[in-house]
Design a protein around this ligand. Structure first.
Ligand code: GN1
Ligand code: MG
Length: 363
């Protein structure tokens, strides 16, 4: 791996935070598409996760950190009946900068935050059995349940209109108009068929939200499988990456977790024959989710859960395609057609889901 300037600064940045133990080694983690993340090994009891937050994507980072801290504190409080050692593994602990706040601001405009690494935790890119899908659903439901009584309107909107379908469509429309011909040509199979065909259906949830028929809650907004930590026994531990915790509807989280949990392949798998929507995992995930959330969902929320799965896969496909048309300005990419491949993958997943949609209703 190429060593960039920032990797060399990591020790210096780590040292400004108020933690126990001395820096030993930093390992750059490659999984996120937006921020830069490092696992910091120390000679002390804890290791840490250091994150440089992308300030081009997140415009109010102090607000974002405040969301993270407040939500973690709220969950910690809700779990206060458990032993401290267990709480430490079930909720993120942010570390303060010495005599200051939970973020470090550098003169060049970048922001860093540090969290305690949750020991003996594991993540997946692809789910390989229905027990993991069940645990993922249970943990997602549990997160929403634990934050159910938190007033979502007090959270900072870290990315305005994040899951707003009309906004995503208008960005896409702009991208089509400004795209290079070559990219437009390569994307056209999706622009013509899938996007036009699904446009109306993909606005249903947003319309219901705007009509006030679906309540607003605290939502995570990015609960993809790699943001879900499991323990040694594959039990769900903690949902990480709370950068996009904001006010939203249950469908954002129910659907976005399914997007990756029920995909039989990775988000950027290019062999589309490997990309299928796994109905068995969907059922297991839903069972886990409802075991935590069942009683607090309204009939309308429940009724539209299957559509949430389709909508969240679609919105991500639309965003990847838009970024491809815009010349990859938003997501990190490893090669020129990476975003196009991600979009193709999501649209293939929708095709597979559609064939099974009649079996997805939620009782
Ligand atoms: C981004 O950065 P990361 O990998 O946690 C994106 C999510 C997408 C996801 C797709 C702030 O998340 O919305 O679902 O990629 N986050 C932002 O993998 O745009
Ligand atoms: Mg994220």
């Amino acid at each position: 791996m190429e060593l960039v300037m920032e990797d060399c600064q990591v020790k210096e940045i780590f040292d400004v935070f108020d933690c126990k133990g001395d820096f030993e080694q930093a390992i750059r983690l490659e999984s996120g598409h937006i921020n830069n993340t490092y696992l910091i090994h120390t000679n002390g009891e804890d290791d840490y996760v250091l994150q440089k937050i992308n300030h081009l994507v997140f415009k109010d980072i102090p607000g974002l950190i405040n969301n993270k801290v407040t939500i973690s504190n709220h969950i910690r409080n809700e779990l206060s009946h458990l032993p401290t050692e267990q709480i430490k593994r079930k909720v993120l602990t942010l570390v303060k900068v010495k005599n200051s706040e939970e973020f470090y601001y550098e003169e060049d405009g970048s922001y860093w935050n540090l969290m305690v690494y949750i020991k003996c935790s594991f993540t997946y890119e692809v789910v390989r059995n229905k027990e993991i899908a069940y645990e993922g659903g249970k943990l997602m439901g549990n997160f929403l349940n634990l934050t159910n009584d938190f007033d979502a309107s007090t959270l900072t909107t870290t990315i305005p209109k994040f899951h707003d379908m009309s906004f995503r469509f208008s960005n896409y429309k702009y991208a089509i108009q400004s795209s290079k011909i070559e990219r437009l040509r390569k994307a056209s199979v999706h622009t013509d068929v899938i996007i036009c065909r699904l446009k109306e259906e993909m606005h249903i949830l947003q319309n219901l939200k705007e009509l006030g028929e679906i309540p607003l809650r605290v939502t995570h907004n990015d609960p993809k499988i790699s943001n879900i930590l499991f323990d040694e026994l594959n039990k769900g531990l903690c949902i990480i990456d709370t950068d996009t915790v904001m006010s939203g509807i249950v469908h954002y989280d129910f659907g976005d977790a399914i997007r990756t949990i029920c995909n039989t392949a990775k988000e950027d798998e290019t062999d589309l024959s490997k990309v299928e929507f796994n109905l068995e995992y969907y059922k297991a995930y839903t069972k886990g989710f409802l075991s935590q959330m069942g009683d607090s969902l309204t009939p309308t929320e429940k009724k539209y859960l299957p559509l949430a799965a389709k909508t969240m896969i679609f919105i991500m496909g639309l965003r990847f395609l838009t970024d491809y048309l815009m010349n990859d300005v938003y997501y990190k990419t490893k090669y020129p057609e990476h975003n196009l491949d991600r979009a193709r993958n999501q649209f293939k997943l929708i095709e597979s889901l559609e064939k099974q949609f009649d079996k997805m209703s939620v009782q």
